[in-house]
Ligand binder design. Structure first.
Ligand code: FCB
Length: 459
């Protein structure tokens, strides 16, 4: 059966309900998101160089999963765009793999790699879907990581040259550019959450990485702006309230919030670091850096899944770590807390703190979906989650937040980082051995929601 064809699987009554959408703008954008390493595959094809995630996988993930094939999107992008068309999304957020277009991270271009994104972008435009291009979704070229990666200030010029290449190549067709996906997550998980409170070199690497990513962001904004007339540029932050696991963890939660939620948006949008981070960063800063980081932005990207519970941990590098959620808080099948009110609060906080139009560029539920005996994937839990979170978004808009779009994570089940293929976030099921795509019940639900929302906007 070709992708996207077939009757919607049966769902229960509750999950056929839709959230209120009354407050949304008429031009609200509905979309889906993915990222290069998680879906492309073709890891050794057409001259792509290795990324840090290829190396990490070689060290041995659960089930020995790798990104070598992933969703084989490199070859199946046309089928995936057909799925998007069937969904009725107006926009698709993807990322460019830096090592696919610059296998050595800098210097010699890989024309075959560049042509893949030409094909993808042209096919999206032909399908009436707006491409949203993210420059960095964690797949740094391994050769650059070997030279220090985000911990060396040289990375700022490497990233700027890469951004200039991508903007120059695709800027005639792509207008929406994001610099980074979730800088706080890859810096904290890469350098911040290690053991050893006295591990000063670990803490220093974290602070250097934070500052260099911020500088690279500012320089990339300028590089894109200079090359793309009419560009609309932002960065994408994982913004989630940091809540204490127990009463004793209140200080730890506040401390975590500085790194998780503010270390990037504050300098990028306001031109300041929170005091405590500023003191830690001073040894790594040069005169004029804050002005280099704060460049005019057009929008603020929010990725959100649920609140982050934090515990004090005297052995952790920063004195805090991810803590357990209180037992009365509901959770997704992979244990992520479900608290839609905190999404509403987060959106209102971001709106107030940064004053930019907001696009929600990731939200979704991870589980262990399986086709039933009829071959249908009935993911009622995901539908209920999406319904409640989109409902909370509508409430945030009613309360004054300027939110202009919502993108589900993710179009496809894909390579979920440390969990490999064992965790599925897609609204389309991917049978990895055959690469067959099966739209889940949530796919049909989201399609109907978009249809309804657009009819409401037109009517
Ligand atoms: C986000 C990542 C994305 C995906 C989701 C589940 O933190 O940006 O790549 O893995 O989580």
């Amino acid at each position: 059966m070709p992708a996207g064809v077939g009757n919607p699987p049966q769902t229960d009554q509750t999950t056929r309900e839709f959230p209120l959408l009354a407050a949304l703008r008429r031009d609200f954008t509905w979309g889906v998101s993915t990222s290069s390493f998680q879906i492309e595959g073709a890891a050794h094809e057409d001259g792509r160089g290795p990324s840090v995630w290829d190396t990490y996988c070689q060290k041995g993930l659960a089930n020995h999963d790798t990104g070598d094939i992933a969703c084989d999107h490199y070859h199946r992008y046309a089928e995936d765009i057909a799925l998007m068309q069937r969904l009725g999304v107006q926009a698709y957020r993807f990322s460019v793999a830096w090592p696919r277009v610059l296998p050595q991270g800098r210097g010699t271009l890989n024309e075959l790699g560049l042509q893949f994104y030409d094909r993808l972008i042209d096919a999206l435009l032909a399908a009436g879907i707006e491409p949203w291009l993210c420059l960095y979704h964690w797949d740094m070229p391994q050769v650059l990581d070997d030279l220090g990666g985000w911990t060396t200030r040289d990375v700022v010029s490497w990233f700027t040259d890469y951004a200039a290449l991508v903007a120059g190549r695709y800027g005639d067709r792509v207008k929406r550019f994001a610099t980074f996906n979730e800088p706080s997550i890859f810096t904290l998980f890469g350098h911040g959450f290690g053991d050893g409170k006295r591990d000063i070199s670990g803490v220093n690497s974290l602070h250097r990485a934070v500052h260099h990513v911020n500088l690279a962001h500012g320089a990339a904004v300028d590089a894109v702006r200079a090359r793309v007339p009419g560009a609309s540029i932002g960065a994408i932050h994982n913004f989630q309230m940091c809540l204490p696991s127990t009463l004793a963890d209140a200080e730890a939660a506040k401390h975590c919030d500085l790194y998780w939620n503010r270390a990037f948006p504050d300098p990028q949008c306001l031109g300041t670091y929170p005091d405590r981070i500023q003191r830690a960063l001073e040894p790594h800063m040069q005169t004029g850096d804050l002005a280099r980081i704060r460049r005019p932005l057009d929008w603020f990207g929010v990725n959100h899944y649920g609140p982050t519970y934090v515990k004090a941990d005297p052995n952790a590098r920063l004195g805090f770590g991810i803590g357990p959620k209180p037992p009365d808080i509901p959770a997704t099948p992979i244990g992520w807390p479900i608290v839609p009110e905190k999404f509403r609060e987060t959106l209102l906080r971001v709106a107030k703190a940064y004053g930019l139009p907001i696009y929600v560029l990731e939200n979704g539920l991870g589980g262990h979906d399986k086709p039933d005996e009829k071959g249908a994937v009935v993911d009622n839990e995901r539908i209920a989650y999406l319904r409640d979170y989109i409902g909370a978004l509508n409430e945030a808009v009613s309360a004054g937040a300027d939110i202009r779009g919502y993108f589900v994570w993710s179009l496809l089940d894909n390579f979920e980082w440390d969990s490999g293929y064992s965790v599925r976030f897609g609204i389309t099921y991917v049978d990895f051995p055959t690469q067959r795509r099966i739209p889940k019940a949530s796919f049909h639900w989201y399609r109907d929601l978009i249809k309804r929302a657009r009819a409401q906007a037109d009517g």
